[in-house]
Design a protein around this ligand. Structure first.
Ligand code: TYD
Length: 199
């Protein structure tokens, strides 16, 4: 059984719905579950989130990568590490793998370099299972309800994100669980719960 689950995918893949269903299924089994989202999840992280997603000010690519990493380092120290230490499971709507795909892959900063700065901030706190919801980038964007500073950049960026995720999944098949999320959401949810909770 995993302890720290990353729910990942392009914008509009259905991560939030799937994460909520996994949390309910685990709670029904009597597990203590801590649900978080990135960027955010702490007071400092939510302040950083406003800069990253809802500010009109310019944010350079490395500033963006480092702000995501900063929000994540705070979340790891304040919430994730203590939860794991007391035996809870953590379900996270996005994690470091979003930074590897968006900033490292899609923005071209380099997956290895983005991984390095995040590792510095995370001090060993790292998802041990990654649920990747795969959906066509354009279909995902069309399904998304609220646009943010990154999703408004459109389908070209999301396609590069999808490619980066797929490459990471191919390289790390033990950690990644890949699910076809282009199907109806009930089907996707059922498959994710079956694969991750009732193994
Ligand atoms: P999120 O709130 O998950 O939006 P959505 O529900 O639409 O997927 O994420 C906000 C945006 O931030 C999304 O476009 C992905 C992006 N993002 C990164 O680029 N890097 C990161 O490390 C994270 C966590 C998110």
């Amino acid at each position: 059984m995993w302890h720290y689950l990353a729910v990942e995918g392009v914008d509009g893949a259905g991560k939030t719905t799937v994460a909520a269903a996994i949390v309910s299924a685990l709670e029904a089994e009597g597990r203590e579950v801590v649900a978080v989202r990135e960027p955010g999840g702490t007071a400092t992280g939510e302040a950083i989130r406003r800069i990253l997603l809802h500010s009109d000010d310019s944010v350079a690519a490395w500033a963006e990568a480092l702000l995501f990493a900063a929000s994540r380092a705070q979340l790891a120290a304040e919430v994730v590490a203590p939860a794991l230490a007391r035996g809870a499971v953590v379900v996270s709507d996005r994690t470091v793998y979003s930074s590897l795909a968006y900033q490292g892959g899609a923005r071209g900063l380099g997956i290895g370099r983005v991984r390095d700065v995040n590792e510095a901030g995370l001090q060993g706190i790292w998802p041990d299972r990654v649920l990747l919801l795969e959906v066509d980038a354009a279909a995902g964007l069309a399904r998304e309800d609220a646009a943010d500073r990154i999703s408004v950049e459109g389908v070209a960026l999301q396609s590069r994100v999808a490619e980066a995720y797929a490459a990471m999944a191919a390289e790390d098949p033990v950690r990644f669980v890949v699910v076809d999320a282009s199907r109806p959401i009930e089907v996707v949810v059922a498959e994710c719960v079956a694969g991750l909770v009732r193994r």
